[in-house]
Design a protein around this ligand. Structure first.
Ligand code: WTA
Length: 683
């Protein structure tokens, strides 16, 4: 089914955005000399080298960062738009590139440092040699279960060392992993496992979050049950035990189905598995995102193009040198963690920190203590985490003795005021900041400053990266020139190596979602006729910097997590009493956006606190706690057009205290005032 692109949030968002254009727009901050002196990328001719006349061959520079078993013969094959193929004919193994090839030089260097949430537990350091040993053992174990290249495996694991070990073991065999964020419910995990056709689920017994050990295995049991009901059974559940302090889950092990990984591994101690040489275009992993319909989309990322792009950006935008201590405080269960905790950093021999817990646990000094203890000098996180830390203890960074050379923000727009706290207080005015705009679909950064080459501008991501030809188009496809002060849709006019290869099992949905809007000739083989529609509103200033304003479709970006309103609405509709539901984004000081639920009830039901609680519970169990609504309003009816379409725009305006505009043409205009009073009171 075609995804309908809805634009009825844009008005409110764009109005705000136009105000935002004036937020200290021309306020430039310059990278400090000590950063420039050591930076990996200082070549001012880089944009010329990546200009359109050198496209696509310019991307050879990216692929040359990797070790290839066989060199490619065609840099970009555009014969089947928009399914682009990069580095065709090339063969390589992602695990080999992230682990084996570093051994001669970095065998004894830390690949990962694991920081458990409880502060009384010791850190665990995994050298490249030890990572090699453990990945081989797990690969041997997976192989003994019959897994081979092209099979899919679902991994539902928290932030522990065993997660990247498992991912890399899959990559070593050419097995396609699909990591589902641990905060998602068993049901959400099942849906994704079923869609990908996984027969094996890999999980963990429990993990720490906010001072509590969470029972995680119970979610696997639920996932297995739901997958069976959906007609696509999960046959085996592999359960890692959290080390240190192994823990007893309430969910008993099911004979013949569940196995502890440490028991299985006993047979594979010291095993070695030859990395399987995979075509550049072979899928490396799937990553699901929320879409404009209820069904999540499984984005397919390639082995060669994806790894080349994340390696290059880790080296040149994250400025990672092997001697740095790099910490991306994000979750591996999202694309940021895949690209910038695991694959990109390891491809360039980084030392990467993995933190299990919540940034503000036990207090908002925790990240700065970790930075001080480990000597972290590159720090990467989301605006939500920054807002949360600032709110909890704005002086905390000053009490710790660490020094960052580089900091990143990702995932949401950052308000200039929050950016400044990040720069002055967290970075102590010694670090450069990159604000990186990109998406699950894009695999790696698209718009950001190059840290030693460009000044920073609070609240703006920066220009498009070399070789990324970005533009702002209006709804008709006309280009809005830089400096016009007008918002539009950001598009990328060309293919690039880490773009998603498509949606698992649904090529039509891929075309409809990302290309149908601006492609005028579906038969054209010229890539210039296929601008990639990102689904974000943005403005471009005269200096070429992009400022991202937010989603223009049915996606709500809550604390940097993408949630589909349709998914939330379907969860609400599982509550017996609910007749109709609409979910809209409300501004939130810390999380950026949060969902508000509006529901009307079936005849015979009266609004009650109980029903409201039931709605919240339905969302938590079907999707996960991250989707918990801010408010649940039980209303007499939802505002609708005469053709019966629910006017979410009107509800979004009410939630955010904006003017609802002219509603006289609605089928039920009187209900708007009733709802407005309920939400905003009499003012
Ligand atoms: C938003 C996360 C403003 C945007 C990497 C995008 C941003 C969505 C930024 C993708 C940024 C990401 N400034 N907004 N620097 N980075 N976004 O797939 O709306 O989880 O479409 O990927 O996050 O979210 P996703």
């Amino acid at each position: 089914m075609a995804d309908e692109i809805r634009t009825d949030y844009t008005e409110a968002e764009v109005t705000e955005a136009e105000v935002a254009v004036h937020w200290g727009e021309e306020d430039y901050y310059y990278p400090p000399m000590h950063f420039i002196a050591q930076a990996n990328m200082t070549d001012e001719t880089i944009y010329e080298r990546f200009s359109e006349e050198n496209f696509p061959e310019c991307f050879k520079e990216y692929a040359d960062l990797l070790d290839w078993d066989q060199y490619w013969h065609t840099t970009l094959d555009t014969s089947n738009p928009p399914f682009w193929k990069w580095f065709v004919g090339g063969k390589l193994n992602a695990c080999y590139n992230c682990v084996d090839r570093h051994l001669p030089k970095y065998r004894n260097k830390a690949a990962f440092i694991f920081v458990p949430e409880p502060e009384d537990e010791p850190h665990l350091v995994l050298t490249y040699q030890e990572l090699f040993v453990r990945v081989n053992e797990v690969a041997a174990m997976l192989q003994s279960l019959g897994l081979k290249a092209g099979d899919r495996v679902t991994i539902h694991m928290p932030m522990v060392l065993e997660l990247p070990i498992t991912m890399l073991a899959c990559a070593r065999l050419g097995v396609i992993h699909s990591v589902v964020f641990a905060g998602f419910s068993g049901k959400a995990c099942a849906e994704r496992a079923v869609d990908s056709g996984s027969k094996i689920l890999i999980t963990m017994d429990g993990y720490y979050r906010n001072g509590k050990m969470l029972d995680h295995k119970v979610k696997a049991d639920e996932a297995v049950q739901v997958a069976a009901e959906m007609g696509s059974p999960i046959e085996k559940v592999l359960v890692w035990r959290r080390y240190p302090r192994q823990y007893q889950s309430k969910a008993p092990m099911v004979e013949g189905r569940d196995v502890f990984v440490d028991d299985l591994l006993k047979a594979h101690r010291g095993a070695r598995v030859k990395p399987v040489s995979m075509p550049a275009e072979a899928p490396l992993f799937l990553m699901y995102t929320s879409g404009t319909t209820g069904k999540p989309k499984g984005h397919v990322h390639s082995t060669g193009g994806y790894l080349a792009y994340t390696a290059w950006t880790s080296k040149n935008i994250q400025d990672i040198h092997p001697e740095d201590v790099y910490w991306c405080m994000a979750d591996i269960g999202w694309i940021t963690g895949h690209s910038y905790i695991v694959y990109g950093p390891l491809a360039v021999a980084a030392t990467s920190v993995i933190y299990e817990g919540v940034p503000t646990y036990p207090d908002a000094g925790r990240p700065w203590r970790i930075a001080e203890q480990l000597g972290v000098n590159i720090f990467h996180t989301s605006p939500t985490a920054i807002r949360m830390l600032r709110k909890a203890d704005p002086e905390a960074p000053l009490r710790y003795n660490y020094e960052f050379k580089h900091m990143t923000t990702v995932g949401e727009p950052i308000e200039p005021d929050v950016w400044r706290w990040y720069f002055h207080v967290v970075g102590k005015e010694r670090a450069v900041i990159v604000d990186t705009w990109w998406q699950t679909e894009t695999g790696g950064f698209l718009c950001t400053t190059i840290p030693a080459l460009h000044p920073m501008k609070p609240g703006s991501a920066g220009p498009a990266l070399p070789g990324i030809y970005a533009a702002i188009l209006d709804d008709e496809g006309n280009e809005i020139p830089p400096g016009a002060g007008k918002a539009g849709n950001i598009v990328i006019r060309n293919p690039w190596p880490s773009i998603t290869q498509g949606i698992w099992g649904d090529p039509d949905r891929f075309i409809n979602t990302y290309y149908a809007k601006y492609n005028k000739d579906p038969n054209s083989k010229d890539w210039r006729d296929w601008p990639y529609f990102a689904g974000d509103a943005a403005t471009q200033a005269a200096d070429g910097y992009f400022r991202i304003l937010g989603r223009v479709d049915d996606v709500i970006n809550v604390a940097g997590h993408r949630l589909g309103t349709k998914e939330l609405e379907s969860a609400v509709l599982t509550v017996e009493a609910v007749a109709e539901a609409a979910v809209v984004p409300r501004h939130d000081e810390v999380k950026g956006r949060v969902p508000d639920v509006y529901a009307s009830l079936k005849p015979g039901y009266e609004p009650s606190e109980e029903i409201r609680q039931e709605i919240v519970r339905a969302i938590e169990t079907i999707i996960g706690k991250i989707a918990r609504p801010k408010n649940v309003y039980i209303v007499p009816d939802l505002p609708k057009t005469r053709s019966g379409k629910i006017m979410r725009r009107v509800l979004a305006a009410i939630s955010n205290g904006h003017d609802v505009g002219d509603v006289t043409t609605l089928a039920n205009p009187e209900v708007v005032e009733v709802i407005r009073q309920m939400v905003q009171g009499d003012e």
